[in-house]
Ligand binder design. Sequence first.
Ligand SMILES: [Mn+2]
Length: 314
Amino acid sequence: MDRLGSAQRVLVIGHASPDGDAIGSVAGLVLILRRRGKAAMGCIADGVPWFYRPLLEKDLIHTPESLGEFRFDTVVTVDSSDLARLGDAQVLLCGEAPDIVLDHHQTNQGFGRLNYCDPHSPATALIVYEIAKALVAIDEELAQILLLGIATDTGFFKYGNTDHRVLEVATELVKRGASLQRIASAVLENKTPNGLKLLARMLEIVTLAADGKVAYGWVSAAMLAETGCTEQEAEGFVGEVRALHGVEVALLFVESPPGEVHVSLRSKSHVDVSEIALALGGGGHPRAAGCLLKVPGIHDAIGTVVPLAIRAVR
Ligand SMILES: [Mn+2]
């Protein structure tokens, strides 16, 4: 908090392929800093996916390319467990460590000069909420942005990380004007017809292993091309796989671009999938983790990860 206090011009970076928590944490912290009279700008390598944009003001989050001449004396990263998660935004650091790392991933590598990581926090946006409470009055705009991060990282208040504290903070944010309906509608009800076709194709090939305790599906580069979808449209598919009766570990493999396979790992009740992800160069939480594999084909990735998941449920 003191380090933030002494900063004048702050760049806040979230992880590439951003989720609601990355977006909410970046935008929330930028707003707080601006309201404290500082120059602040957010940056996310891939920019903000279109369906989140109505939830936040323009000019809060840029791509590294659209940042322009913004000069900064302090860099804060949010919701990123390691440097590689920042994607192309890493170049902005010019090889130096970020000044402050704020995160909630238990696999956080402590890559900042100052590191604050609380693996018990359900969302990084909840950490940003604490900062907001200490520094500014939380108005409707800030409440909406922070609730976005908290709602998405708790699966809209149904994952195991949804404790009474999360619900209390959410209540506080709703009292201050945030709308859960707006967030749910933007995030969950903006699917495309092509995305639905892609989901149908993925569901058809879902495969069970380890007596139904492991389930996995995949989206190949060819499936994306044939349905006219981008990787973004496969977001959330892994939840459909985890929803199967009896499944403990669910995996989704998405090949985009060819040669790169993004693996999403989820578990239902006891397997720590962040250990599998960490061993493969990724990271995450016990119930939700991910990694990126550079392999010739998607079936190489499946052949690598599925046996690890089978071993984990035994
Ligand atoms: Mn998060």
